[in-house]
Design a protein around this ligand. Structure first.
Ligand code: GLY
Length: 364
């Protein structure tokens, strides 16, 4: 079976790895370099509890499924790629600033995935938090991975499993010949395949031909990386509060993220920098001593109803793996597993049904 995957981000590469391992002939096309889009720009969060607030929706269950797949996925990937990806499941604290917020978080803790902590308990887990917090929701199973290493690891693993990767080759159009074979046109060549998977992140709605109606739009997110003063570090859980999150990495902290709909603009802005810093300083005042080392922006792929678009389209053999919005890293293991199962005509996880591309009233 010949499979073309459009997009070499975390989703496209994970699917390529799975499909190449199953014996398919896989070609991955990317408009730029592998894993240099949202995969690179993200904070590597695997935060099924903290990120997905609306308990009980199909998105939550699939997120938890993927979270539970992560430990084995990480081990298998490290051994297949030879790249260390620093997967950590050391929890998230969602900090509340006031008593109303604390009450809401206490109610949300009832879901069983999290527990409400007093200010003292929360500060035992994250000593840099100020004493005047009203408490925090503790999500012990949330975690993170080094997303940039993850991109390299998936690239290696897919190639070692036999996938071919063509960088700087943007797919322009997907067509289907009378024989049923798919034809993918790029600026340079015409590629043919039995199966096409569209996993181009925020660009998934920009490919002409059969997938031209895919309703995906880019949502910009800006982030900062702060470096610790000499001898300091802030290891420990992810922290959320004051509208931002903090992701501790060795001697750095990532602060994220803005949410803005401004098309494909990825320019970092002075306005976002001060917004992120102000909020991070309110959450952890000690960060005033830390210096900004990096400032970047990425584009999240968003669908009209906020759920991912994963599955076979109305055109048999054309699959979509997009719309992960804020959860591309979290969802990668379950998404790759489900898409590979669908292509191989095996039974995928049942939660995937809610993400079908055919739920939208479009040609797809
Ligand atoms: N997952 C974090 C974000 O999208 O900002």
């Amino acid at each position: 079976m010949k499979v073309i995957i459009i997009g070499a981000g975390v989703a496209g590469l994970a699917i390529a790895w799975r499909m190449a391992k199953s014996g398919a002939q896989v070609l991955v096309l990317d408009r730029a370099q592998p894993a240099r889009g949202a995969t690179y720009a993200s904070a590597g969060m695997i935060a099924a509890t903290a990120e997905i607030a609306v308990a009980g929706s199909p998105g939550v269950l699939f997120g938890r499924r993927s979270r539970d797949l992560w430990p084995d996925f990480a081990k298998e990937l490290e051994s297949a790629s030879g790249v260390e990806i620093t997967f950590r499941q050391d929890g998230a604290l969602i900090v509340s600033a006031g008593s109303e917020d604390a009450e809401r978080l206490q109610r949300e803790a009832m879901g069983g995935e999290a527990e409400f902590l007093s200010p003292e308990q929360a500060r035992m887990r994250a000593p840099m938090l100020p004493p005047d917090i009203a408490g925090a929701l503790w999500a012990p199973r949330d975690g993170q991975v080094d997303n940039r290493a993850l991109g390299q690891a998936l690239t290696n693993a897919a190639i070692r499993a036999g996938a071919k990767l063509s960088a700087n080759e943007a797919a322009v159009r997907i067509e289907q010949a009378d024989s049923g074979e798919f034809v993918v046109l790029t600026a340079f060549r015409i590629h043919r395949a039995d199966v096409v998977v569209l996993a181009a992140g925020a660009w998934s709605g920009q490919i002409g031909g059969l997938a031209a109606d895919l309703p995906i739009r880019p949502v910009k997110g800006e982030m900062l990386a702060l470096a610790a003063p000499e001898g300091e570090a802030m290891p420990g859980p992810l922290l959320w509060g004051h509208g931002v999150y903090l992701v501790p990495r060795k001697d750095r902290i990532f602060i994220g993220a803005t949410v803005e709909e401004v098309g494909f603009d990825t320019k970092p802005s002075a306005h976002a920098r001060s917004w992120l810093l102000e909020r991070a300083h309110a959450l952890v005042p000690g960060l005033r001593e830390w210096s900004v080392r990096e400032h970047w922006a990425g584009l999240r792929p968003a669908s009209p109803d906020g759920l991912p678009i994963i599955g076979e389209s109305g055109i048999p053999g054309l699959f979509i793996a997009s719309g992960q919005y804020r959860n591309g890293i979290l969802l990668a293991p379950a998404l790759a597993e489900a898409v590979a199962q669908l292509i191989l005509k095996l039974e995928p996880a049942e939660e995937i049904a809610a993400f079908s591309p055919v739920r939208f009233d479009r040609a797809l």
